[in-house]
Design a protein around this ligand. Structure first.
Ligand code: TLP
Length: 344
């Protein structure tokens, strides 16, 4: 069965053009730095982000972990959102593998961390305290609704980082969605950051891979640590070839996914028993089930599957739907009809 898959944008399969490029990709051993396609991808990504250098990594999780490991020493503290992917969805890698201490700050509904909360969380010099080293932002902020942090906010956090001698890392798994929603260049959006990670394998539809960007010195160290973690990928040009198409062809079309998320949101407003979050600003729609709905989240997932629609839970009574390249207008209509039938 050909399902309409709204569980995540991570489910995107490569486009026919990507498959063709992958089949014909020029490759070499990337651990030797010899893969021409990987090298082109890294150069292009660095240029688009306005950073000196970039590194192709297997996943967003590894990209974020590498940034943490490069910026921090064991025992250092990192200011993170309490709803950030780094804090709640990366298996505690920073602590387990880096001995790094997270300092969670509450994410507001708009995805931001209050500037005063950030300032209040920076440790003072005291024998009892850890050393604060890094601030992490997430843009778009996934759990807060795929919400977008604006340029001025990122700049304000950048100023706090500089004034307090801290690094700023952006988990920009969906930074191109954020830039599209704000109608600004990615370069401008990440300018204050010392390092940025973004995913090729989400809304940009590549099958595998993320990019970590920063200074040449930062990337040199990240490359060493990537090898240590087993992330040296040899003839990775077959993957980078798809990533290049992500950058060239897919970044410009994300607005379509955002428009479809809005259509989904508008349609779901007409469906019984749902309490929707605010209108989506990127490609995610979150909602809760009202008490009048007696079906459980798992039962709804099963019923929707019978209608050819894959959805995923985001809490005991909560769903997240994500639009992407493989969900067209007909897919949105089909999902709305299925929800109407299942929740009738
Ligand atoms: N997010 C996935 C799940 O892990 C929740 C999803 O379906 O949204 N940063 C952010 C903000 C992310 O949303 C994700 C993945 C990552 C990092 C990690 O990327 P991968 O999956 O490539 O390790």
């Amino acid at each position: 069965m050909n399902y309409i898959d709204l569980r995540s944008d991570t489910v995107t399969k490569p486009t026919p053009e990507m498959r063709e490029a992958m089949a014909g990709a020029e490759v070499g051993d990337d651990v030797y730095g010899d893969d021409p396609t990987v090298n082109i991808l890294q150069e292009k990504a660095a240029e688009m982000l306005g950073k000196e250098d970039a590194l192709f990594v297997p996943s967003g999780t590894m990209g974020n972990l590498l940034a943490l490991l490069v910026h921090c020493q064991r025992g250092d503290e990192v200011i993170v959102g309490d709803k950030s992917h780094i804090y709640i969805n990366e298996a505690g890698g920073m602590s387990a593998l880096g001995g790094i201490h997270p300092r969670p700050v509450m994410n507001q509904a708009d995805g931001t961390l209050l500037l005063d909360d950030i300032l209040a969380s920076i440790q003072t010099e005291d024998v009892h305290h850890t050393i604060t080293r890094l601030i992490c932002l997430e843009n778009t902020q996934n759990v807060c609704g795929g919400v977008v942090l604006p340029v001025e906010y990122v700049q304000a956090v950048g100023r706090i980082a500089r004034e307090n001698n801290l690094f700023l890392h952006i988990d920009g798994a969906r930074i191109f969605n954020a830039a599209a929603a704000l109608n600004v260049s990615v370069k401008d959006l990440v300018e204050p950051a010392d390092s940025v990670m973004f995913c090729l394998s989400k809304g940009l539809a590549a099958p595998v891979g993320s990019i970590l960007a920063g200074t040449k010195k930062f990337i040199k160290r990240a490359r060493h640590l990537r090898k240590m973690l087993g992330g040296g990928m040899r003839q990775a040009g077959v993957l980078a070839a798809a990533g290049l198409i992500s950058l060239e062809k897919m970044t410009g079309r994300l607005g379509q996914d955002h428009a479809r998320a809005k259509s989904l949101f508008e349609g779901l407003k007409q469906v019984r028993g749902l309490k929707l979050d605010a209108c989506p600003s990127s490609n995610m729609v979150y909602f809760d089930l009202l008490d009048e709905i007696k079906l459980s989240v798992d039962q709804i997932i099963e019923e929707m599957k019978k209608h050819g629609i894959l959805v995923d839970w985001a809490g005991p009574r909560r769903f997240r739907l994500v639009t992407h390249y493989w969900v067209d207008d007909a897919g949105v209509e089909a999902a709305l009809k299925a929800f109407t039938d299942v929740l009738m």
